[in-house]
Structures are given as structure tokens and as C-alpha cells.
Design a protein around this ligand. Sequence first.
Ligand code: GTP
Length: 598
Amino acid sequence: ISRERMRNFCIIAHIDHGKSTLADRFIQKAKVIDSRKFKDQFLDSMDIERERGITIKSQAITIPYQSRDGQIYELNLVDTPGHVDFSYEVSRAISACEGALLLIDASQGVEAQTFANMYMAVELDLEIIPVVNKIDLPSANIEMVKHQIDHDLGLDPDTAVLVSAKTGEGVDELLERLVELIPPPDGSEDEPLKALIFDSHYDPYRGVVVHLRLYDGIMKRGDEIKLMNNGAVYGIEEVGMFRGDLLPTESLRAGEVGYMIAGIKTISDITVGDTVTHPERPCSVARHGFKEVKPVVFSSIYPIDSDDYELLLSALDKLKLNDASLVYEKDSSAALGFGFRCGFLGLLHLEVIQERLEREFGLSVVFTSPSVRYRVTMKSGERFFLDNPLSFPDQVKIETIEEPYIHATIITPSDYLGPIMNLCLEKRGVQQSMTYLDEKRVEMVYEMPLAEVLYEFYDRLKSVSRGYASFDYELSDLKVTDLVRLDILVNGEIVDALSQLVFRENAAYRARIICKKLREEIPRQQFKIPIQGSVGSTIIARETISALRKDVTAKCYGGDISRKRKLLEKQKEGKKRMKMVGSVEVPQSAFLSVLKSE
Ligand code: GTP
């Protein structure tokens, strides 16, 4: 197909406004996927995505479309995640596109990430088509949303297309508008090859699959290609398009989105944002890549079984390929042995990595309490960043500690202003501005410590606003804070993996919660186990697990044999997930529950 009839576009929206559902309709219309193979949320291929009903990874798919004038177009669609933790995925995905469908839920209207994602698209000069979705809902308020498109977003409300991704209404019209309004890609097949790596994944049978957007040139099987970043040269084994599965093609041409397999064994050779070219006829300048993402939340991962250390390393390498935002380095703890210190984009990102390690790689792992990264200035003048409680310096030698703040934007119906302001205050937020977007909706901007947002902020915001408030943030700067290290002692021994860095005033509260959680999670043992929280040498919280009195398996003796076997099986399974801390067996769930504080 000629470049004139290619369209590269993405769907962007606030979380849950219907991106994946709209993508489903496009895919079904094009009949590229066998109807027996088709399932809802087709592009959300990971189990976690399907269970949670959210998109985590961007996915690309190429669909043919015959427009009303009879022309066949090639549509490259990139589905993107909505949650703020994954906005990095969005930025990468949209840099492979010329246009964006900005989806807005007709019953919710414009929300915080509607703005954030639109700005990203505007910055990259994308053609934006506003789309009002869910018009089938009785609570749909199309006039309100059109007003917001005009007034809040500054887009022409007359260009908005009304659809129901659920029923399919308006989807044909949308496809027509899309080929009409979104420009074909620039570039030339005669120029030297210039292709941007915007993603990659690891296939256990094929190795590394690199996702590319071609700007100039052609690439074919058998070509030698060079990665501009490190100069590595590879021979292409296969190129092709995304059709749900990988569909091999003869070549990929300027303007197209597709994949290449090139026997790449060194996973670290591939960096998202890198440019691929031909070594004998290289392109002049590499395309500007992506900003390197900065993780904001840090936690250590340890294998439950220390023999799994190498497996964990190779699993992280493979995940990194599919998730450039993941960073890690070696770490070790007295309680948990060897592991990795990892950086994440947020707590949801952390949970996703944990689940992927368990599901895709069959690993049992423990994550330590997440922390943000602080800047420490010592009295000696030395300055460094600190995210690991284990490296907390001697308090008396510290001059100042600064913590990262965020610039948070909250959009809410004015009915919930009071409770939201209280919540922000409790989270040490300082209000910067408050603007009425219209009679009913207010936009508030707060400076807030990132560390406070990590714990339950999002859930609390949703609950105090009955789900109506939306929230987006970006990092702002560092501010001086009063930080201490909270230690947790089980049976008198500090469990280093449970230590955390906390704001002094929050220490007692957090300590109480953690001790209580641990008391619930650690099974009773033959002896009494004190659980304590301390700052320095001061104990600030305490719980006790009383000693075990009766043997739990006793009732099985002489009883039903299969039941007993089941119990033993269960115990064995349980043992795998236990860590010895001194003489106490601590289940993995205890470490995890500490992460989830409410
Ligand atoms: P994330 O990927 O998590 O950001 O969500 P998303 O934007 O992809 O939303 P998704 O497609 O998962 O849809 C969210 C919910 O809205 C699902 O329960 C859909 O069934 C529902 N939904 C999507 N489109 C429509 C629509 O047109 N009408 C109605 N009534 N419901 C819809």
C-alpha cells in the first residue's frame, strides 16, 4: 500500500473512558481476527490486564480499512494505557503516530488525564480528533462534553465524533473521519533507512521482537542493520506487521509500523528510543529518542528461594525489554539475602512487575516497602541520593534531607471540595490554585510530597469523591523534610527488609499499622513473638503474637487420609513462601501486606 493511504494513530483517554473497547470495534470491523479467536479487550493480552480490566502495555495492530470511496487504507492503531503510572507508555506510543483519537466518556466528561494525554499529543504535533464515547449510556451528557471540548481543551467541538464503543454506533463515521483528517506519514523509501524502536518484547521461541516505526527507507529479511546507539550489527531474520499475532511480510516501508526479529541475544543491546539503520548506508541523524524515564518509587526484590537469584536476574532482563521504565541493580539484605533494588513509575507499576514475575516466570518474590528518593546533605558537606532505608546514615551527622514533591492536579465536581481539601491537607499538601472550570467543576492544584501519594491517596480520593474526582501529577522539586528510619523488630531482631523511611510525624502511625498487620499475617509459633516498631532506640509501637497452644494437624490423626494429605500439601506450598527471620517463619504475605497499608 502506498504511503498516501497509511494512517498511524493512537487512542488516548483518561482511564476507563473506553480505549480498549473502541479498539475492539475497529478490529472486528476490519475482520482481521478470526471471530473464534476474538475476545473482548483484544489488545490487552496480558492476564493481569484482562483481570484488572486495565491496559498496562501499549499494543499495536495493523488493520485494513475500505473507506466509502472504495480506497483501501492501512490503519496502524496503537492502544495506550490510561493510568498515570503508565503515561510513559503513552508518550512512546504516540511518538509513532501522526494522529490521536482523544476519547471522552460522555457521562464523565473531561478528566485529569484527558488533559495530560492531550498535552502530550499536542507537544508531538499530532492531529487530534475528539471522540465522545459511551453515548448509549442514559447518563450521557453530550452537550456538556462538547462544551468542555471547546472550553477546557480548546478543540473545535464540531469536529467531535459521537460513538458508542460498546454498541458500535458511530464507529463507521469515526473511521471515515480518521482517514480524512489524520495525515499520512511523511518520509521517503529512497532515503537511507531510519526506524525508531518504540517498544520490544521477548518471545520464548523467537527471542527479541523489536517494535519499529519506519520514517525513511525500506527494510527486508536478510538486510544487515545497525543499532545507532551502540553500533551493534545484526542480520534481519524476519520483518512483519502486527495482526494480533505477528504476520511476516516481505518488507517494511517508510511510514509503516511493524516488527523485526534479528537473532538479538544480548537483550541490553535494545534500547527503546534507539534508531535502526543500514550500516552501509546509514541515515544522517538518529531520530530524537525518548526522554529517559525517571523512576520515582524504589523497592528491593528478593527471591523467596535464594537459589532463584539467577532466574530472577534473567526475568528482570526480559521484563526490561518489554518495559523500558524498569531499572534495577544488585542489592542484599541480612534478612532476605541477595536481590535487586528496583525503580518503578508508581505503585501500580510495582504491583504489575511483581505479578508478571510470578506469572510469567513462576518466581516467588518478596518486595520491600516502597520508598521515594531523598536527597541527603551531610554536615561534612557530602551530598547524595537515598532511597534504601538500609543506607540511612547516622542521624547526628545529617545536615538536611529533602524529599521529592509533586505538582498534583485534581478535577472534581464542586460537591466534594471539602473532603478533598481535607485529604490533601492530611497528606501535607499545599494548595497552589483553585479554578472553576464551569459552574460545577473545579480544578485544584497542589504541591504534595510524593511519598504521601504512594500510600492510599488515590483510593481515598476516589472514595471521598464517590469516584468522581480525577487526579494527575508530575514531579516538581525537592523540599526540606524531617525524615527518620522506622525499623521493625520481630522477636527482638530488626528485619531490615521491613525498615522504611518515613516523615517523623507519620512514624508512630505507620509503625502501629505495620505491627498490627504482621501480627495478623505471621502464624503463631511455639513461642511468644513480640513485634515492635522503633525509631533509633525508641520503641513506638508493639504487638505480640502469643505462643501456639494446640497442634493444628492433631485433628487429622486417624481421620480422613486424603484430607490430611491435602493439609500437608498446603503446608508444603506455604513453606515455599516462608522466610526465616532469626528463628521466626515469616510468610511472604506478611511482607506484602505491609505494602498495602489500608
Ligand atoms: P484503561 O485501558 O484501563 O485505561 O481503560 P480503557 O480506556 O481501555 O477502557 P475500557 O475499554 O477497558 O472500558 C472501560 C469500561 O467502560 C468497560 O467496562 C467497558 O465495557 C465500558 N465501555 C467502554 N465503551 C463503552 C460504551 O460505549 N458504552 C458503555 N455503556 N460502556 C462502555
